[in-house]
Design a protein around this ligand. Structure first.
Ligand SMILES: Cc1ncc(C[n+]2csc(CCOP(=O)(O)OP(=O)(O)O)c2C)c(N)n1
Ligand SMILES: [Mg+2]
Length: 623
């Protein structure tokens, strides 16, 4: 060790220098693993990481955010757009800046998307304890608020001595670049340690390329999988986010075209086939299309590709209803592959789909089956047409807003959404024209994701028009990064849908006996409920005050024109529309389990419970 040449730097300088030399490589293409660092400074990082970011500002681009959670959302949007092959870091002070990361970290980890978190931490030397914002746990001396990040991180470490950075930073990179393990990665950095100098071996700063592997499936699993496909009469592929992460869309299409097996998609997987491909049945599950759910109910083999099978996909364990239905799961993660008692095909989605296509060469489903699902797809197209159709002079309903957007976007536009009533409408109705167009964060379904994520997406794809689709509730939760988009000149479009509260949860509330209580943004009425007039809140003026150009639309025609103008503009632009609440979205085609009060004094809940109990018997364990 003593003969190695060394470089004397602080821990923070060494980390930033190290990060700027890390690369990923997949299929021969090299990208920066950590391409930039978002940061909000406080006493817990300004002198350490903050100083290092100035020192290395050529090597490591810095982006200024407004809210730590939002910075993680931006980084997550960036990583997803780049198929997890490039990520960003987020630096925070200690205390509240650090705990603001928790929601973003959970979102990243749930969605299996890489982000590097660098929260400051209280002094390792403990001399000034308690430093401003320190927790001071009375039982555990080594616990700080950053320990709240442990359960939501795929790698967590606290760097309490300079040299501990070397193995920990290497592990952090390994996890970020590992397609099976990736998620939030946290290196908690005590504020004193950040500024300590150390003699680092030069090799620590050498360029390092992390190969993102595409493991091929095992021969025995492949043979069993092929046999399952060959003997199935009504197979159905469920495409999840793993198809996109692996860039497996062409392999999926090739398998589908050779075999005639139809594809239904989860929120994360939508766009795996183009919407007009005859085998694309659209979304599946609680927010799925009628044809996807009908085929799912009668399928004898469900082939999950890169899916986690959330309750929205399985209609809370009620969807796959055929007696004797079997599952075959292609997944890079063993814990997902084994779900629903499936035959497993563990490996990269693209490699596995290609291998499976070869192994079932010559096999094709019966023509009657193809005719059946194609006819169902045609029927659903008419449902979409009806939900989109509108008179130019009408105030649009929400589905008509989507119709207007559909008429304006091109192949490459990216739509970003996460929560509210939009995810369901989009999953049922959106006609995805390209694999990266449909960007729904529905693993954590986090209100507030959309605006910051759209900044990350646009940074990753500067030539693509990006649209953050938000309800009024979501807007109010996190409009902060509009200022960031304006400052950084990131040209995002914001489609802001005003319906005076939580339309989605209001609807759910009335179904489960909650009487829409607390779900509208209205004045309090005499009986204490919020059923008075809408509030005199002007969200369009708010967006304008944060620096966006704002276009207000009242009619369908004005909306189309505003959307086209926003798309053509080179400034961040908000299109604001108040919607007509008349329901024009298709009904749910499958159930969702939201337990209802077993005992209640109010009639609405008593009735809701009766209806709930009628569904319980449809739940099924697939073992
Ligand atoms: C951070 C967060 N808090 C709460 C929820 C629960 N939730 C889901 S949708 C929703 C309401 C969204 O309101 P809005 O954005 O106006 O959309 P709308 O339902 O009106 O379409 C709420 C509160 C959530 N998903 N995320
Ligand atoms: Mg709303």
């Amino acid at each position: 060790m003593s003969s190695q040449s060394v470089r004397r730097l602080t821990v923070a300088q060494a980390l930033v220098r190290f990060l700027s030399a890390q690369y990923t490589e997949r299929d021969g293409v090299r990208r920066r693993l950590v391409a930039g660092t978002w940061g909000i400074f406080g006493h817990g990082n300004v002198a350490g990481i903050g100083q290092a970011l100035v020192e290395y500002r050529q090597e490591m681009p810095y982006h200024q955010g407004r809210n730590e959670q939002a910075m993680v959302h931006a980084a997550v949007g960036y990583a997803r757009q780049l198929d997890r092959l490039s990520a960003q870091a987020v630096t925070t002070s200690i205390g509240p800046g650090a705990t603001n990361l928790v929601t973003g970290a959970a979102l990243a980890t749930v969605n299996r998307l890489p982000v590097l978190l660098l929260p400051g931490d209280s002094f390792a030397n403990r001399i000034p304890d308690p430093v401003l914002q320190q927790l001071e746990h009375t039982q555990y001396g080594d616990v700080s608020v950053n320990d709240a990040l442990r359960p939501v991180s795929r790698w967590f470490d606290r760097i309490t001595r300079p040299e501990a950075l070397i193995p920990s930073a290497l592990q952090a990179m390994r996890v970020l670049a590992d397609p099976a393990e990736t998620g939030a990665v946290t290196l908690a950095l005590p504020q004193d340690v950040q500024t300590e100098a150390y003699d680092w071996p030069e090799e620590f700063f050498a360029e390092r390329v992390w190969h993102v592997r595409r493991p091929a499936p095992e021969a025995a699993e492949l043979a069993a999988a092929a046999e399952a496909v060959r003997t199935a009469r009504r197979p159905l592929i469920i495409a999840g986010g793993g198809v996109h992460h692996s860039e497996a869309e062409p392999a999926l299409r090739a398998l589908v075209e050779a075999t005639g097996i139809p594809v239904a998609s989860t929120q994360a997987g939508k766009g795996s086939l183009r919407h007009d491909h005859p085998a694309d049945l659209g979304g599946v599950g609680h927010t799925g299309t009628a044809i996807a759910d009908d085929i799912a109910r009668t399928a004898d083999l469900v082939i999950g590709v890169g899916t986690r099978y959330t309750d929205f996909t399985t209609a809370s364990s009620t969807l796959f209803a055929a007696p004797g239905v079997r599952f075959l799961n292609l997944n890079i993660t063993g814990s997902d592959a084994h779900k629903l008692g499936a035959r497993t095909l563990v490996g990269d989605a693209r490699a596995s789909l290609e291998a499976l296509a070869q192994a079932v060469a010559g096999h094709r489903v019966a023509p009657e089956y193809e005719a059946e699902y194609r006819a169902g797809k045609e029927r659903w197209e008419r449902v979409v047409d009806a939900a989109y159709a509108a008179d130019d002079t009408d105030r649009p309903t929400q589905t008509q807003v989507l119709g207007a957007l559909d008429s304006v976007v091109g192949e490459d536009d990216v739509l970003i959404n996460a929560a509210g009533s939009l995810p369901g409408d989009l999953h049922k109705l959106w006609r995805a024209r390209s694999p990266r167009q449909y960007h729904l964060e529905y693993g954590y379904s986090c209100m507030g994701y959309e605006i910051p994520a759209s900044i990350g997406v646009r940074m990753a794809a500067p030539d693509r028009p990006v649209w953050a689709l938000v309800g009024d509730g979501t807007y109010l939760m996190m409009p902060t990064e509009i200022v960031t988009a304006v400052q950084e000149g990131v040209n995002i479009n914001l489609l802001l849908i005003q319906n005076h509260g939580y339309a989605s949860i209001g609807g759910l509330s009335s179904e489960v006996g909650g009487e829409r209580y607390g779900t509208a943004y209205r004045y309090r009425a005499a009986d204490g409920s919020f059923t008075g007039d809408p509030l005199p809140v002007d969200l369009a003026a708010n967006a304008a005050s944060l620096g966006m150009d704002v276009l207000r639309a009242e009619t369908v025609r004005e909306l189309r024109e505003a959307l086209a103008a926003a798309r053509a503009s080179d400034r961040p632009t908000c299109v604001y529309v108040e919607t007509d609440p008349t329901p024009t979205a298709p009904d749910a085609q499958a159930w969702w389990d939201v337990p209802v009060a077993e005992t209640a004094s109010r009639e609405a809940a008593v009735e809701a419970r009766k209806s709930y109990e009628r569904h319980l018997g449809d739940r099924r364990r697939h073992l």
